[in-house]
Design a protein around this ligand. Structure first.
Ligand code: DX5
Ligand code: ZN
Length: 218
């Protein structure tokens, strides 16, 4: 299983985003956290930032929508240059339609689950997505502590994915560092989002490689 590293720009320097991105060259995805102050108690960035990032880097943009009414914004985020658009299962009762809209807009659809959301929520749409995102903290803020109980859930979702016979990424997001990443990968994750671990030090590029290396099979 190929491990992909997705630095989250939430912990980067927003006044120097181009420089921050330059500092993580070699990453597989760039994770962009979109928060609306409703679905989560925090506000971050929107389509204009995605559009500017698209011009700045060739790294695929992994856009994580933590917003209410995501269906209203899919076209905007697709047009801005998103590669993956992930919506929360808890944010809409029309998940099937939204996933189809993301696919029709030319992007890879992803579905995200908060720590308290059961895996049964993905059962009837799993065949339509390219990625499942398991929140390993409660969404809204960077720098939180990994919730150990989510490991069981990662394992469950890996089994669900394997049963489809499709190549679907299993992404983990929140509290990922060189201690928790191997736990998540062992349970079946293959895409690691990391914000504070990568950006809150003076060697982000080394942190990207360290994360990849600690997850290599022994
Ligand atoms: C939290 C966001 C994460 C956040 C992770 O709601 O979805 O992507 O940036 O930050 P760390 O890696 O610091 O826990
Ligand atoms: Zn995220």
């Amino acid at each position: 299983m190929t491990i992909k590293i997705a630095p989250s720009i939430l912990s980067a320097d927003f006044a120097n985003l181009a420089k921050s991105i330059e500092s993580v060259q070699g990453a597989d995805l760039l994770h962009v956290d979109v928060m609306d102050g409703h679905f989560v108690p925090n506000i971050t960035v929107g389509q204009p930032v995605v559009r500017s990032l698209r011009k700045t880097t060739d790294i695929p943009l992994d856009v994580h929508l933590m917003i209410d009414n995501p269906s209203l914004y899919i076209h905007d985020f697709a047009e801005a240059g998103s590669s993956v658009i992930t919506v929360h299962a808890e944010a809409s009762c029309h998940l099937h339609r939204i996933i189809q809209t993301i696919r029709d807009a030319g992007c890879s659809p992803g579905i995200a689950l908060c720590p308290s959301t059961p895996t049964v929520m993905i059962k009837h749409v799993i065949h339509m997505v390219d990625l499942v995102l398991i929140m390993t903290v409660n969404p809204g803020f960077g720098g939180q502590v990994f919730i150990p109980e989510t490991v069981t859930k990662i394992r469950e979702v890996r089994e669900i994915i394997d049963r489809t016979g499709r190549d679907i990424d299993l992404e983990v997001d929140g509290g990922i560092n060189d201690i928790t990443a191997p736990l998540a990968v062992k349970a079946g994750a293959n895409v690691l989002v990391a914000g504070s671990y990568i950006f809150e030090n003076d060697a982000p590029k080394k942190k990207v490689e360290r994360l990849r290396n600690v997850c290599l099979p022994a």
